[in-house]
Design a protein around this ligand. Structure first.
Ligand SMILES: *Cc1c(COP(=O)(O)O)cnc(C)c1O
Length: 419
């Protein structure tokens, strides 16, 4: 994680001290490293060099326009899950022909918008959605390019809330129902079957689940071929994990190499284009949440550092009991260390960011909550009428404000008092 390093006792983002960012933009603030994002995406691109591969960035991990813009310039495609995300891609200069549209509940309006924009593919998750998409495309005199999201019933070995490829999941079409769904799709007049898709979960830290899912997909490709249904692409979804603590996920290059090796041994698979939909692994380690210690307190044996960021800013600890590193921006003498719970001011016991961390703290200190670039700001809310944080992108020695801190007035601007 060389985008964030200490120099002379102060933590920097690339070439900019976090103390300076706090001074200029206030806290809490999300801070991203341009170089870390470009490097992570670049690893995928290098691993895919010379092959027919499109790495789509899964926007929901972090949908700031600056992040989209940056990745569009690097040649990324995009995985979207709503019409709103499509609008963001278009607003940031992304190419709609490199967009895949995922999600279990696309509305007719979203389908129309995506057909109008000319997305590369709809990842369809049910026969009901197929029928709806066929109708919408027909009403526009178009054909919708489709891949079916199959549910390979593979356990990704991750948190249940981010496991999506198990039999009991709401996602995808069950493996044993996929053939029938493809038969239906191939008969619909305004559907053009182009591919197959799966996405089994997030924060996956071993190769085996990816390869098990791929094997199921390749099996289906053979079964479809036998019925005269030929596919042009395989979309293997996202889900590659990052290191928050002691995890040892496979490298981006190792995952792609293992996938290609298996596909190349498969007669029909090897003629397909390969798509991926990575989110977390592109932006997760490229961001941190900068926050200031407001107050220190003790309740019995426990020590609490109340900071100005909270569960509304970074929900992952409250939602998944996720572990994020906590780095003091200007570390103090180690002999003053105690075990601290880092908590926010929100009125919920679930409002904590980190627990039992050995730190030497004083009120007013700055802390950086690391590995917060994915599913951080994207999941932020206004609970407790807390304006959402500012976002800053650092590029070398420059810090750019890429999202202003919200104002309280803006939070109730759409509300009305009674007459
Ligand atoms: C969330 C999601 C992704 C991205 O997952 P990461 O774990 O962030 O890589 C990709 N595809 C689909 C369909 C998703 O829902």
């Amino acid at each position: 994680m060389d985008a964030f390093q200490y120099r002379q006792g102060t933590l920097l983002a690339e070439g900019v001290a976090l103390t300076e960012i706090a001074q200029r933009f206030g806290t809490p603030t999300y801070v991203y490293s341009r170089r870390a994002i470009v490097d992570a995406f670049g690893e995928f691109r290098r691993a895919a060099a010379g092959r027919d591969v499109l790495v789509c960035y899964a926007l929901k991990a972090n949908s700031n326009l600056a992040v989209i813009d940056l990745l569009a310039r690097e040649g990324a495609g995009f995985d979207i899950v709503s019409g709103g995300e499509l609008q963001r891609v278009l607003a940031a200069g992304g190419d709609p022909a490199k967009v895949v549209f995922s999600g279990v509940g696309k509305t007719e309006a979203e389908m129309r918008m995506a057909l109008q924009a000319g997305v590369r593919c709809f990842n369809v998750e049910s026969e009901s959605e197929l029928a709806r998409l066929d109708r919408v495309a027909g009403s526009m005199g178009r054909h919708a390019p489709v891949s079916l999201r199959v549910n390979p019933d593979v356990d990704p070995g991750t948190h249940p809330y981010i496991s999506t490829g198990l039999r009991e999941s709401k996602f995808g079409i069950a493996h044993d129902a996929a053939l029938a769904a493809y038969r239906t799709a191939s008969r619909l007049p305004h559907i053009e079957v182009t591919g197959i898709d799966c996405h089994i979960g997030s924060q996956i830290t071993s190769l085996a689940p990816f390869l098990a899912a791929l094997d199921k997909v390749l099996e289906l490709i053979d079964a479809l071929h036998a019925e005269g249904i030929a596919l042009r692409h395989i979309d293997l979804g996202g889900g590659l994990g990052i290191r928050y603590d002691e995890e040892q996920p496979p490298s981006r290059g190792a995952l792609l190499a293992a996938v290609f090796e298996r596909i190349d041994r498969h007669a029909r698979g090897k003629s397909c284009a390969i798509l991926f939909e990575f989110g977390r692994s592109i932006v997760g380690n490229a961001g941190l949440l900068l926050t200031r210690v407001e107050c220190l307190k003790r309740n019995g044996e426990r020590r609490f550092a109340v900071v100005d960021a909270a569960m509304n800013d970074l929900m992952r600890p409250a939602l998944y009991e996720a572990w994020h590193p906590v780095w003091p921006v200007q570390p103090r003498e180690a002999d003053a260390q105690h075990s601290w719970d880092i908590v926010g001011p929100v009125c919920e016991s679930g409002d904590w960011l980190a627990r039992e961390r050995r730190l030497a703290l004083a009120e007013g200190d700055l802390l950086a909550i690391g590995s917060a670039g994915a599913y951080g700001m994207a999941m932020a809310s206004n609970y407790n009428t807390r304006p959402r944080a500012a976002e800053v992108m650092v590029d070398g020695g420059q810090a750019y404000l890429v999202r202003e801190r919200e104002t309280v007035e803006s939070l109730y601007a759409l509300e009305r008092r009674l007459p």
